[in-house]
Every structure is written in structure tokens, then in C-alpha cells.
Design a protein around this ligand. Sequence first.
Ligand SMILES: [Zn+2]
Length: 300
Amino acid sequence: MYKYYSIKNRKKNLTAIIISVIMAIFFMFISYFSAQTQKQLLLMILSTLLVVVLAYYYLSYVPSKKWKDVLRKPFPELWKDILLKNVEFYVELASDEKEYFENRIQYFLKTKNITGIETEIDDKLKLLIASSAIMPVFAFPEFEYNNINEILIYPESFDEEYYSGQDKKILGMVGNGAMNRMMILSKKDILSSFNGKRTTDNVALHEFVHLIDKKDGIIDGLPSILMNKAFVLPWMRELKKEISKIKDRKSDINPYGMTNNSEFLAVASEYFFMSPKRFKKEHPKLFKYFSKIYRNKRFK
Ligand SMILES: [Zn+2]
């Protein structure tokens, strides 16, 4: 079971450090003037340190205000129905995990704007986007997408000039330059990822994996939050093997994964989260790696 209070933001941590340091200085000051012997002084300094460590621990584990608001607000029954009908990942969770998933979704929707460009945004679409964001980081309670503020939704695929239309090739992207801190997604393609047919695609999840990858500064297929160092080399070996299988047309992973390591991570993650049973059957070794990367407990 995941602990709700482990959700905290950096600002909170910084506040905790400042308050703890002020407390430390204050107590040290009193100790210095009130202690009569050296032994007393030492004892007072030690107890001061203990108080400060406890203060820091307590303060840094107090949930942030936004998270408290989320916990107070009940998750609408209608939303639960939408998730049950559309998001297999949610359906497969135990009931306490479902509740945690709902909280994460509420938190995501509270902290990010989703804006439709010449298209309507309804609750279902919002929930599908938030679910796609939470699925890959579900086992990372501290994770926050603090590298975006807004998600723009186009009715269909679009091109580099942001023109939308059937013949356009881009389904989703993480913005750069003027579009920094934004993500753009095609509504039609988000909806088709959740059409109940156990697809291996999820354009929204793909873009969120790029954001996770980008957290350490570069999009390189090696997100530091998901990887530990000892694990990088064997992972790269497996990745190269699978990419050459795609080249020989011996893999059912989206050929777009051949583009580079980060695209491979993104397309294979879509498959892993949307059709885990099939992924495990077709790619048992990769399944093991992905389970490790995402701390996955399903179908193990
Ligand atoms: Zn991509």
C-alpha cells in the first residue's frame, strides 16, 4: 500500500529545512547560556539535535495543501464508471490501490490545465489523459510532472506548424521554445488508444514517458528516476537487440521505436502498459526489464 503522505513537493522540503535550522540555532543558543557544566551542555546539544531531526522529519512528511485538498474531495462515482469502462490498468488494481490512483488523478487534474483548441474537452478525455500520465509513475509516489503546466488538445493529428487535419502526421509532442512547458495531443488518437480493444498504442502515455525521460535534463531513453546505474548496461544491450529485431521485421513493437533509444522506450512503454499480458508473452525478457524500471507488480 502506498502512503498518501509521502506526496510532498520540493518547496515543502525547503521550508522544512529552514524551520529546522532556525529551531536548531534557537535551541543551541538557549543550551549555551543555561547549561552549568560541560556534561549538561553536551546533553542539551544532543537533545536539540534530536528535536530538530524529528521536526524535519515531521515537516517534510506533512502533505502539501494541494494534496490535502485532493484527499478531502470525494472522487465522483461517474468518474469511477468512466475509468472502469475505459482504463484496464485501473480495473486490474486492488481496491485500496484504485483509491490511490483516483487521488493521483485528482492531483494531476488540479495542477495541470487541459485546453481544447477548436475541440470540446469532456470529463472522459480529461480522465484518459490523467490516467496515461499516472500509469507509468504509479509506483513513484513522489513523482510530479513539474516540467509542464498545460496540455493542448487538437481535434486530430497535426504538423510542425500546428495545423490539424487527417493527413497530418504528428499525434503528440512535448513542446520546445515558445511551446515550452506544454504538451500537445490529438484527441482522436487519445480516444482510439482506449477503444476497449487492448491496443498497444497510447499517444498520451508516449509523451508522458518522454517527460519522465526529460526530468534529468536530456531525452535519451535513460530516465534517471526509473533507472539505477547498475541496470543501464544490460538494459541497453536488450534495447539494441530488440531494435535490430524491429529492423528485421521480427518484432511486433511499433517500428517508430527504431528512431532512437528514447523513442524505443516510449513506444515499448505504450505496449507494456496497454497490453501487459501480450507484452509478457511476446517479450518475456523486456517485460522483466520494464517491470523493474516501472516497479511493476502486475502479471509477474
Ligand atoms: Zn516520441
